[in-house]
Design a protein around this ligand. Structure first.
Ligand code: NAD
Ligand code: TYD
Length: 352
């Protein structure tokens, strides 16, 4: 038995692969295109580990996928591969539709052909888990109920629209071709190995480098933060016991405004690595122009996952954020490696 993890060199994918092999022995094949967001160093703890094989390639490459599925007798696919950053989807939407929609389509086609060739028992137990986002549901007013699986899709950014489209294609393959798919829609993740274009690692990185901490607009937008290890545990549980064709929301039940998150990071850094001048990192907070179409609030109702599969987040936010800050402080070589050329060009374009 082997699982195929696509996009497994990115933030959540690499945490998932590392956790998978730390909690069991079933081999993993990781397929990743190694875009700017994919980093082989994320998987370096698995160097020399016979249970893990890395292949560089795209989910858009049907022939490669077919070979991997058959060659490794894959029994499940977990699809993390995507363009994932909202701001990049605003400055260049096309790549999001190419990877997130067309890439997912090619993956589904390869899986469909593979599953058709399996014997009855293998076909019955095969699963494709498509990892998606709460952003497909759009935005919530401050007093609206959290997103349930039954909420209509109302994506507002090109990223969210591309993920929503991919979810629809996955659903269509279930309805039309009977593919045994599972979909998860998760809230914002944080934790080790997150590329420093996303809010939390960007703020840590900028703070330590004496740069502005850019807060979009008034900073009162709300996100429902989930520790990445909790997301990985949810995905393992859905893969193990989720009902094919079902969608599960995954969230931290942990709504925070952006400014609150940024201030908490500043306080953690003040305690751990005080600025030379003795002042707080909070002095570096700078309100900048808001993101176009910026969703005001996300909140996830994850009761279905708890009720049906018994999953709950285990990591509290304060402790989880402290662990994350400590990870970045202890892994400055990793940060230096990923914040090389392509990263610097992005920051210059985005923040001027
Ligand atoms: P990420 O950008 O860190 O990683 C994406 C990975 O996919 C990278 O390693 C990249 O190289 C790879 N990739 C891109 N195009 C590919 C292609 N054509 N073929 C193969 N690999 C390709 O993203 P992430 O934050 O780890 O998110 C992973 C998945 O989880 C995404 O689908 C995202 O939509 C979803 N998600 C993310 C969050 C979050 O907070 N980060 C929350 C909910 C859902
Ligand atoms: P981000 O980490 O990009 O995730 P998402 O847009 O998928 O929720 O952003 C989290 C929140 O932080 C979002 O409301 C946008 C905001 N944000 C800033 O205020 N400044 C920044 O520099 C970034 C990257 C994000």
């Amino acid at each position: 038995m082997t699982i195929l993890v696509t996009g497994g060199a990115g933030f959540i994918g690499s945490n998932f692969v590392l956790d998978w092999l730390a909690t069991g022995d079933e081999p993993v094949v990781t397929l990743d295109a190694l875009t700017y967001a994919g980093n082989l160093a994320n998987l370096s703890p698995l160097d020399g580990d016979a249970r893990h094989k890395f292949v560089r390639g795209s989910i858009g490459d049907g022939a490669l996928l077919g070979g991997l599925l058959r060659g490794h007798e894959v029994r499940a696919v977990v699809n993390f591969a995507a363009e994932s950053h909202v701001d990049r989807s605003i400055s260049g939407p096309a790549a999001f539709f190419e990877t997130n929609v067309m890439g997912t389509l090619h993956l589904l086609e390869a899986v469909r052909a593979y599953v058709a060739g399996l014997d009855d028992a293998a076909r019955a137990s095969f699963r494709l888990l498509h990892v998606s986002t709460d952003e497909v549901y759009g935005t919530l007013a401050h007093d609206e109920a959290a997103f349930a699986e039954t909420n209509p899709y109302k994506p507002n950014s090109p990223y969210a629209a591309s993920k929503a489209s991919s979810d629809h294609v996955v659903r269509a393959y279930r309805e039309t071709f009977g593919l045994p798919v599972l979909v998860t829609n998760c809230s914002n993740n944080y934790g080790p190995l997150q590329f420093p274009e996303k809010l939390i690692p960007l703020v840590i990185h900028n703070a330590l480098n004496g740069k502005a901490l850019p807060v979009y607009g008034d900073g009162l937008q709300v996100r429902d933060w989930l520790y990445v290890g909790d997301h990985c545990a949810a995905l393992r549980r859905v893969l193990e016991a989720g009902a094919p064709g079902e969608t599960y929301n995954v969230g931290g039940d942990n709504q925070k405004t952006n400014i609150e998150v940024v201030r908490t990071i500043c306080a953690l850094l003040d305690a751990r690595r005080p600025r030379a001048d003795g002042l707080s990192y909070a002095g570096q907070i700078t309100h900048v122009t808001d993101r176009p179409g910026h969703d005001r609030r996300y909140a996830i109702d994850a009761r279905k996952l708890e009720r049906e599969l018994g999953w709950r987040p285990a990591q509290g936010f304060e402790r989880g954020l402290a662990k994350t800050v400590d990870w970045y402080l202890g892994n400055e070589a990793w940060v230096a490696n990923v914040t090389s050329g392509a990263y610097r060009e992005w920051v210059a374009r985005q923040y001027g």
